[in-house]
Design a protein around this ligand. Structure first.
Ligand code: SAH
Length: 259
């Protein structure tokens, strides 16, 4: 293909944050404003595209409803082709690009073509979404660390890290794990942790935000009652007891304990 492009190719990997358009960084916003092309994922709020120039090419490369029309290889190739032909490609990803975002693979691919790259971090849903609900991932006396674990490994099995996490006192945030909730619950129950507080947050920071709160033993039921859907994350840990909706549950167990 003969191109008319006179712009230098470059790629900026931008974290869009958890959904609310105001939760992108100023640096990410400035990058979007100078984009010639925006490649965006399923978890990126479409409204974010309004920040890009009207004549910028905007390409959706996400996987929705199990539609894997764009493999990672196809995205890598598209990104490089656009950079070489159009100039500045903004690769916009939900949350932070390096938290289960495959961001490094894309940078690696760009490097093979000697295209300059830049990374602009974003607010990861793993910290930001619990935070917006008033659940701190760490809190003195309750949690000295937090783990962010995937519920969906490349092999489709539950991550081995979850077995270790369930034995720790850490706050555990599981991404891509809603469909594995029953397995995760069983794992915690096997460790004798059925009364551990759990929160599930759907579509944090958007109009569809919903929260389900319970303990390990009850959370499956609460999720079904509230019809919680993906994208959602699971927070397991004592810090969840700080959420106002947990108080009645705490009271219930306090009474039950006295019997
Ligand atoms: N890079 C992203 C995570 C990608 S993995 C980040 O840093 O946030 C995708 C998973 O993240 C989803 O399956 C879901 O578990 C979680 N997730 C992303 N955005 C979310 C949101 N707004 N609310 C709840 N969970 C979210």
């Amino acid at each position: 293909m003969i191109t008319q492009n006179t712009k230098e190719p470059r790629i900026t990997l931008v974290g869009a944050g958890p959904g609310d358009t105001d939760l992108i960084t100023i640096k990410g916003l400035i990058a979007l404003q100078s984009a010639d092309v925006v490649l965006y994922d399923a978890l990126v709020n479409d409204e974010m595209l309004q920040f890009a120039p009207a004549n910028a090419v905007k390409v959706y490369v996400g996987k929705r409803n199990g539609d894997h029309s764009y493999s990672q290889e196809a995205v890598n190739k598209l990104m490089v082709d656009y950079a070489l032909n159009y100039g500045h490609v903004v690769r916009l990803k939900g949350g932070d690009p390096f938290v289960f975002g495959r961001g490094y693979e894309e940078l690696d691919h760009a490097a093979a073509y000697s295209i300059p790259t830049q990374v602009i971090p974003g607010i990861s849903s793993s910290i930001g979404v619990p935070g917006l609900q008033g659940i701190p991932v760490t809190h003195r006396g309750l949690a000295e660390s937090f783990w962010v674990v995937t519920g969906t490994t490349a092999s489709g099995m539950l991550s081995n890290d979850l077995y270790d996490a369930a034995r720790s006192r850490a706050t555990v945030v599981v991404l891509m794990g809603l469909h594995k909730l029953k397995e995760i619950v069983k794992l915690y129950q096997n460790e004798g942790r059925g009364k551990l507080p759990v929160a599930i947050v759907q579509s944090g920071s958007t109009a569809d935000e919903q929260i389900a709160i319970g303990v390990v033993d009850t959370i499956v039921e609460v999720v079904e009652e509230n019809k919680i859907k993906a994208p959602a994350l699971i927070v397991l840990g004592e810090v969840v007891s700080l959420h106002p909706k947990f108080q009645p549950i705490k009271d219930f167990y306090a009474i039950a304990d006295k019997e």
